[in-house]
Write a protein that binds this ligand. Structure first.
Ligand SMILES: Cc1ncc(COP(=O)(O)O)c(C=O)c1O
Length: 390
């Protein structure tokens, strides 16, 4: 049987990146010693008020079709969330509810680019980006970030990558996997490029609220960019709600109209009762600040413990829920290290070159286990490093 050429474009290397993770996940089902640090799925339970809200909503019969762009109350709640951050330009009319950031990126890209177009994306980049860009027929033009500069972005590299085919620039700050935050001045320079070359700025801000030092700048803070800025985010990470599949797109109204058509022909509205629970999620006081503190303490454990380990360098993330370990001094490639460490110590880490060649020699460690377990992981890492020396 014949398939669309799309099937080739979405079958990237991302699939193979998860081989070790799948092996470890299978083993974890029957072996309590296995520790999975290869995925960014919070170990924390979704807070009770949100769960209770969903149950009440289902019991109240909120189980029907929802509106394609999202329920009015939730669109309003998301707009208020951004207004409270100082982005008064965001109104409910700019909000589109989607099942997670991933879906938001896909939907936005489908309306913004097509075959023959190019999207510039700094690399290392989140593993699913080539897939969703590929599904539109457009190509990814990657801009390599240097590990030795902490994977920081230099706007001149973006400028050099712009061609007549460029339609959009996609940024992700705080970044998965590097944990780097793009400073405001850099974002402003990228914004100038967007205006000069008439480009869209697509900003994946799923980790915006999980920062460790300064609050990162959202693309919504950029001047005179409203008509060309699309921000995508979700409750997945900030509220420990990955499985709920609840996210949003903040877009100019003409794009919202196109998204309405796309979503009507595809998902036909996120579940009503999940949207009701999401309204509650925005109302729970201090929740995000508490989450942030949990990850900040976990990050502290990893960084302090890794400082004492020979042959390993730990990159301090400024945000997100991952720590990058530089294992180049061990003489092993990151995937060899990951495989051998898993075989010896039953801890799965992700070889970061799955995110692009610039991350070669790095492992991505997820902070999605409690501090006691992170200490256990570090004990096992030390033992493994000693065994390599021996
Ligand atoms: C950078 C980045 N974007 C998007 C996603 C997908 O998030 P969501 O659960 O909101 O679809 C992830 C998940 O790990 C991510 O790390």
């Amino acid at each position: 049987m014949r398939f669309s050429p799309l099937v080739e474009r979405i079958a990237g290397e991302a699939a193979s990146a998860w081989r070790l993770h799948s092996r470890a996940s299978k083993a974890a089902r029957h072996d309590p010693e296995v520790i999975l640090l290869s995925v960014g799925d919070p170990d924390l339970d979704t807070p009770k008020p949100i769960v209770d809200s969903l149950i009440q909503s289902v019991q109240a019969g909120r189980t029907h079709y929802a509106s394609a762009l999202g329920e009015p109350d939730l669109r309003e709640a998301v707009a208020k969330h951004y207004q409270s951050k100082g982005f008064s330009q965001v109104t409910a009319k700019n909000v589109v509810i989607v099942p997670g950031t991933q879906n938001g990126l896909f939907a936005a890209a489908m309306c913004l680019v097509a075959a023959g177009d190019e999207i510039i994306i700094p690399e290392p980049m989140y593993v699913t980006y080539p897939g969703f860009v590929g599904s539109t027929g457009a190509s990814v033009v990657s801009v390599s970030l240097k590990a030795d500069n902490g994977f920081s972005l230099h706007p001149e590299d973006i400028a050099n990558a712009i061609t007549a085919k460029t339609r959009a620039i996609l940024l992700n700050s705080p970044n998965n996997p590097t944990g780097a935050v793009i400073p405001k001045e850099t974002l402003e320079e990228v914004a100038e490029l967007c205006k000069k070359h008439d480009l869209w700025l697509l900003s994946d801000e799923v980790y915006l609220d999980l920062y460790y030092d300064q609050m990162p700048t959202s693309a919504l803070a950029l001047n005179n960019m409203t008509e060309r800025t699309v921000v995508v985010s979700s409750l997945s990470k900030s509220h420990a709600m990955t499985g709920w599949r609840l996210g949003w797109i903040i877009a100019p109204e003409p794009l919202v109209a196109h998204l309405s058509n796309l979503l009507s022909s595809m998902m036909y509205g996120a579940s009503m009762f999940i949207q009701d629970a999401a309204v509650t999620a925005f109302e729970v006081p201090n929740l995000v600040a508490e989450m942030r503190e949990i990850y900040r303490s976990r990050r502290g454990v990893m960084i302090e413990r890794c400082k004492a380990m020979p042959d390993l360098t730990c990159l301090e993330p400024q945000g997100g829920m991952f720590v990058m370990l530089d294992v180049r001094q061990t003489g092993l490639s990151a995937s060899e290290f990951a495989e051998r460490f898993y075989d010896a110590e039953k801890v799965s880490l992700l070889s970061a070159d799955a995110f692009g060649p610039s991350a070669k020699g790095f492992l991505r460690v997820s902070l999605c286990v409690n501090e006691a377990k992170l200490h256990e992981v570090c004990d096992r890492l030390e033992r493994f490093l000693r065994s390599l020396d021996a």
